[in-house]
Design a protein around this ligand. Structure first.
Ligand code: CTP
Ligand code: CA
Length: 228
């Protein structure tokens, strides 16, 4: 079935999901972005709803329709995403699947930047807030289960394990997005779920199946503890 069901392993839970890229404007017509399709995050939001959760999806620009039964908040920049996440808390489970732009322009030109005799513009970039790290390191109001993603080119388990520690996440879902593996933008995903007590490597699955499996594991993890 579609959308939220009346009872399931996540009934009574609030699940917050970020998905998609962020776009960071340079001027009124140009931006810095990335190739994230948003498919995996959208699938996670839909799976959580199917398992009975109340779901908030904070989504950057994608070509996908809003999942049924999910409260979807559309944002463009990393800072807008951060504010929307903050406004949606508290949550029992937070899944940070978005490919947040690491940098934005130090200043956004109010008029279209023109080609000229001065040569190409020298872009000055500043770092965006780290949404996952900020939320995961909160004492009060930290979601009981914080799940991050690590899309890596290279050793996904090693790099993902580093991120588990540096971000303060409970789980990191890591995958290898090297172009020759054809994962980015595709409909399948082969992930390693990294927890503090070990790594589970899942076979190549559809993004829907990764989502369902992840949300079933999350439901089991949060069990019968306090509900938000
Ligand atoms: N993330 C976030 N806010 C950011 C950057 C990343 O919430 N500003 C989250 C992503 O949604 C993901 C996790 O952090 O769940 C890891 O993102 P990633 O880009 O792999 O990590 P970075 O710390 O930005 O490291 P790098 O890009 O240098 O590998
Ligand atoms: Ca990054």
């Amino acid at each position: 079935e579609d959308g939220a069901s009346s009872s399931g392993p996540l009934t009574g839970r609030h699940v917050l999901v970020t998905a998609g890229p962020t776009y960071e404007p340079l001027d009124p017509v140009r931006f810095i972005g990335n190739r994230s399709s948003g498919k995996q995050g959208y699938a996670i939001a839909a799976a959580a709803a199917r398992l009975g959760a109340r779901v908030t999806l904070v989504a950057g620009p994608t070509a996908l329709p809003d999942p049924k039964g999910v409260a979807t908040v559309h944002v463009e920049t990393a800072r807008e995403m951060f504010d929307a996440v903050d406004a949606a808390l508290p949550a029992d489970i937070a899944v940070f699947a978005a490919a947040v732009a690491d940098w934005r322009a130090a200043s956004v030109e109010p008029e279209k930047i023109k080609k000229g005799e001065d040569g190409p513009p020298q872009l000055r970039l500043v770092e965006n807030p780290d949404i996952l790290k900020t939320i995961a390191s909160r004492g009060f109001g930290r979601p009981p289960l914080v799940i991050g993603f690590a899309a890596e080119t290279g050793n996904a388990v090693a790099l993902g394990s580093k991120k588990l520690a540096s971000k303060g996440a409970d789980w990191i879902v890591a995958n290898d997005v090297s172009p020759e593996r054809g994962i980015f933008g595709g409909d399948h995903n082969e992930v390693h779920v990294i927890r503090r007590d070990g790594v589970e490597s899942w076979p190549a699955l559809s993004k829907e199946d990764v989502a369902l499996r992840l949300m079933r594991a999350a439901a089991e993890h949060v069990g019968a503890s306090h509900r938000n």
